[in-house]
Design a protein around this ligand. Structure first.
Ligand code: DGL
Length: 265
């Protein structure tokens, strides 16, 4: 492994690209390998054991590509697998933090909502964070049923998206939340529509991705890429077109650096 070794980033699918874009913003000269496990998506309804096994395979793949650090750009995989991965592999991991802490600091009426997958809500990570940082705050959790699928199929501006989002977010608005934590990396791609939902005008949306990118920078600040050129490689176990469609939503990508491959981990 050297300074020029890539940063590895993975998710159950294309959602982690919302984290990838934040990493590129603050570390534009780094080599990055992204793995989208779209074939096995969603992870949210799988057991912890299944998620750990899938995560191991992806980590083995990223290590075979010589990655110097791995960002688990998936709340569900972080909740189910990151402590096992940290024990089994000898390289640094960055996971998704459910952004309950900034939400608890920002809230004026002490009511916050967390939108996440079934797996993340079931896991102990969110519960612990809530106990530590939101003692005096009411935290309402809601499963974002069907939202991951909307992003995977690039249906982010459809009527179906409006209906599905309303169904997930209305119950939180009815609780009068003033902060909404996006607890799944797919959800930032639905932000424009989320903001348009009735009642959301008074709610701040909190996306933990920039903080995760910052943590990545902190951990590799002494091993940054020293070469003049760098690359962004993408591997998907699903369809290349699907990954391209999500990338096309992200602004300012230097496509000279991009290569996309289909593979199984
Ligand atoms: N992006 C993943 C997350 O952050 C989606 C999980 C899933 O595949 O259900 O949780």
């Amino acid at each position: 492994m050297s300074n020029n070794s890539p940063i590895g980033v993975f998710d159950s699918g294309v959602g982690g690209l919302s984290v990838w874009r934040e990493i590129v913003k603050i570390l534009p000269s780094e080599n990055i390998i992204y793995f989208a496990d779209s074939k096995n998506c969603p992870y949210g309804t799988k057991t912890d054991e299944e998620i750990i096994n899938l995560s191991r395979k992806i980590v083995d793949f990223l290590i075979s590509q010589n990655c110097k650090i791995i960002v688990v750009a998936c709340n569900t995989a972080t909740a189910a697998a990151i402590s096992t991965l940290r024990k089994e592999y000898n390289l640094p991991f960055v996971g998704m933090e459910p952004a309950v802490k900034p939400a608890a600091i920002n809230t004026k009426n002490k009511k916050i909502g967390v939108l996440a997958t079934e797996g993340t809500i079931r896991g102990s990570h969110l519960k612990k964070t809530t106990e530590i940082y939101a003692k005096d705050t009411q935290v309402f959790v809601q499963i974002g049923e069907g939202l991951v699928e909307l992003v995977e199929s690039n249906n982010i501006y459809s009527d179906k998206a409006i209906k599905t989002l309303n169904k997930c977010i209305k119950p939180l608005i009815d609780k009068e939340i003033d902060q909404l934590v996006l607890g799944c990396t797919h959800y930032p791609f639905l932000c424009k529509l989320i903001k348009q939902i009735d009642g959301m005008e008074n709610v701040d949306i909190i996306n933990p991705a920039p903080a995760v990118a910052l943590r990545t920078l902190e951990l590799i600040k002494n091993t940054l890429n020293t070469e003049n050129e760098n690359y962004y490689h993408f591997y998907t176990s699903g369809s290349i077109l699907q990954l391209k469609n999500t990338l096309s939503i992200i602004e300012n990508i230097d496509y000279n650096k991009v290569k996309i491959y289909k593979t199984n981990p």
